[in-house]
Design a protein. Structure first.
Length: 217
């Protein structure tokens, strides 16, 4: 049973339906208004701090992790349970995880996410979030926190099919949530004319075994 007020019904069933039929979902007003506002305020608060709360993002995992500004130029900070706004988001996604496991039998085990700040001109070139049969990221999510975003501002998320044909252009509008199968859809972030704010995340399955414990990120 979800913990949201009676005036907000989470769009979990629509997400499940879209994932089932086409492998991705684009949902406007996906969160309660106050939750979206608090997340946007939290990210701006972090950016204004002088302690380098957001760090240049890298590519790859573990020993292969490295920064490459020719591939991606965003700055990130992983969300934590200690902050109230961040915890509300993580709790929301935990409920979505439970719903999708019941509805689609995905076996999702955990969720990780980070704030992302793309400065004007920053981009992320076409990539996959997981490689088929090798990774444990099953579903990717992006929540946008950009007030009054116009199409002319750029910064679109472009989603491609397995034949590298463009199938969806997503304007990063405030409160819009995108969910897609991590192994199925190459995607990229185009440069924007203004600062672009979002929360990126991944639902994962558990690939721990007797030899190793699967790392959370």
């Amino acid at each position: 049973m979800h913990s949201f007020d009676s005036f907000f019904e989470p769009p979990f069933e629509r997400i499940a339906e879209d994932l089932s039929h086409r492998g991705y979902a684009v949902i406007d007003c996906a969160l309660p208004d106050n939750m979206t506002l608090q997340l946007a305020q939290r990210l701006l608060q972090l950016i204004r701090q002088d302690d380098d709360s957001l760090q240049a993002a890298g590519i790859g995992r573990g020993d292969q992790h490295a920064q490459n500004r020719f591939v991606r130029q965003d700055k990130i900070r992983w969300l934590e349970q200690a902050d109230e706004a961040e915890k509300a988001w993580l709790d929301y996604m935990s409920e979505l995880r439970a719903y999708l496991n019941r509805r689609l039998f995905l076996g999702l085990f955990s969720y990780e996410s980070h704030f992302a700040h793309y400065q004007p001109g920053a981009f992320y070139k076409k990539h996959l979030d997981a490689f088929r049969g090798q990774a444990n990221r099953v579903l990717s999510t992006v929540l946008y926190l950009n007030n009054h975003w116009q199409a002319s501002d750029g910064g679109e998320l472009l989603i491609y099919n397995e034949d590298n044909q463009l199938i969806e252009t997503v304007i990063p509008a405030y409160g819009r949530l995108v969910v897609f199968l991590s192994e199925e859809f190459p995607h990229e972030v185009k440069p924007a004319q203004r600062d672009r704010y979002s929360i990126a995340g991944w639902f994962r399955v558990n690939t721990s075994n007797n030899d190793k414990v699967d790392p959370p990120r």
